[in-house]
Write a protein that binds this ligand. Structure first.
Ligand SMILES: [Mn+2]
Length: 465
């Protein structure tokens, strides 16, 4: 159990210091959690009448820090920065704050809030948006109205993978319920309940992937029809939300049975049912009404180079930017579909310590990690090793993304640490880190072989392969 009092003290210290200063550059990560975090602190600064602007970055590489170091007076890094504290101090002295939940490097820097410092697990107990929300709470009580965004951030980072939000996330969820922003329910926890036709709903489910049905519309529609469920109503494709309560039951138990038949443990199979979070103030038909879909929409804008669109939606826009975000969402889904199809066609290699594919330029570096995560459950891989993917970055570096399972983490696997260590050993401009279950880094082209050797060794050692 974490030390909530000490965490609160730290957040208070940061909040008080923020109130003393002005002219802020908010630097946020480009995924759903990062965008929510960026919007939460922006809203909070706006309330205090502070001057601010947002900058979104994919990763906090050393040149990213160099590029932004004259953008303003004070910096607030949200959803990253804990792994780069030493670099940040070097460039920005004391003119920055870090509010993050990724694993941190050793440092005594004062204006740094991170759950791991206080005995909380940033992997599932609180997200970057959640940490930022807690700091915002110390700035002003009224910031309770930002709690829904903190829930969206947590869900976007898949912190509900055990079936529901836990730890500090639970407290934040309670705030969101108390303020009437969110209602929690037990329901099917797959993406696209409102927005995806049933066939796509199954074929392109990412968490979990349905073996034998993944990326296969034909097999998926057959699977649904065999359960006695109509795919269409008149001319319109039906979605999960269009089904009758009876049909929903049939559909859900059909999916669970399918997973069990395909060697999923009963626990994991039943895990597709769990808590869902409905944003009560959003339109009934809007994807923003479901926390998971809201997060996917944000991911699509951030990962496709238009983070300002997602930020504006978080800040409240439901017109121009919202429409824009809907288009990006379609594009994001198309790319995920094509990416997963590409891997199915080209296959993976199995190495001692991991499964591996190199998509070169075929899959965008921004989504290659999501694709890697989608592969668990597909017949291409087993659950016994992490998945590693390479993609070509525009700047010539090789982007490395890695994903593991909850079981592997329980066995002691820590991808964030392994990647950071491997990069440190490779030296010059190989950089990275992240979570135990998901991490990323970049390496130089000529380092690929050496990097893979290092990882094979490190992973095999920790999980005894
Ligand atoms: Mn995060």
């Amino acid at each position: 159990m974490g030390e909530i009092k000490k965490l609160k003290e730290r957040n208070k210290l940061i909040a008080e210091e923020i109130l003393k200063r002005d002219d802020f550059v908010i630097v946020n990560h480009h995924d759903a959690d990062g965008l929510c975090a960026g919007a939460i602190i922006a809203k909070a600064l706006e309330r205090e009448g502070k001057k601010f602007k947002n900058i979104t970055a994919k990763q906090l590489y050393s040149e990213t820090i160099r590029e932004i170091q004259s953008a303003g007076e004070n910096y607030i890094f949200v959803d990253f920065g804990s792994g780069q504290l030493n670099l940040l101090e070097e460039f920005l002295k004391e003119n920055f704050f870090v509010i993050d939940h990724h694993q941190a490097v050793k440092s005594d820097y004062e204006f740094h809030s991170n759950p791991f410092l206080f005995g909380f697990d940033g992997g599932y107990e609180v997200s970057g948006a959640g940490m930022t929300y807690l700091v915002a709470g110390e700035l002003n009580e009224k910031n309770k109205e930002l709690s829904a965004l903190a829930v969206v951030g947590a869900v976007g980072d898949m912190q509900d993978y055990k079936g529901r939000l836990e730890g500090l996330n639970r407290k934040i969820l309670e705030d969101a319920e108390e303020t009437g922003l969110i209602k929690k329910e037990n329901d099917l926890r797959l993406y696209g309940k409102i927005s995806r036709p049933l066939t796509q709903f199954i074929a392109f489910s990412t968490n979990p992937v349905f073996p034998g049905l993944v990326a296969d519309s034909h097999a998926s529609s057959q699977f649904i029809t065999e359960m006695g469920i109509e795919l269409k109503q008149g001319n319109a494709w039906r979605t999960y939300s269009d089904l009758s309560p009876e049909e929903k039951k049939t559909f859900t138990s059909g999916l669970i049975m399918h997973l069990i038949k395909n060697n999923y443990s009963e626990f994991r199979a039943k895990n597709i049912i769990g808590e869902t979070y409905t944003l009560l103030k959003e339109d009934l038909k809007s994807p923003l009404r479901d926390a998971k879909e809201f997060a996917t929409l944000l991911n699509s804008s951030g990962r496709h180079g238009m983070p300002e669109v997602g930020l504006k939606v978080c800040m409240g826009d439901r017109q121009e930017y919202y429409n824009n975000a809907m288009e990006l969402l379609l594009e994001h889904r198309r790319q995920l579909r094509e990416g997963i199809e590409w891997v199915h066609e080209n296959g993976l290699e199995e190495e001692k310590g991991f499964y591996f594919f190199d998509s070169g330029e075929k899959i965008k570096e921004e989504i290659v990690g999501i694709i890697a995560g989608m592969l668990y459950g597909s017949p291409l891989v087993q659950q016994n090793k992490p998945i590693l993917a390479f993609a070509k970055q525009k700047d010539g570096f090789v982007k490395v993304s890695s994903r593991a399972t909850d079981d592997l983490v329980r066995k002691g696997l820590n991808l964030g640490e392994i990647l950071r260590e491997a990069c440190a050993e490779l030296g010059a401009d190989a950089e990275g880190g992240g979570h135990k279950i998901a991490a990323g880094c970049r390496i130089n082209k000529w380092q690929q072989k050496e990097f893979k050797e290092k990882l094979n060794k490190k992973i095999a050692e920790t999980i005894k392969l």
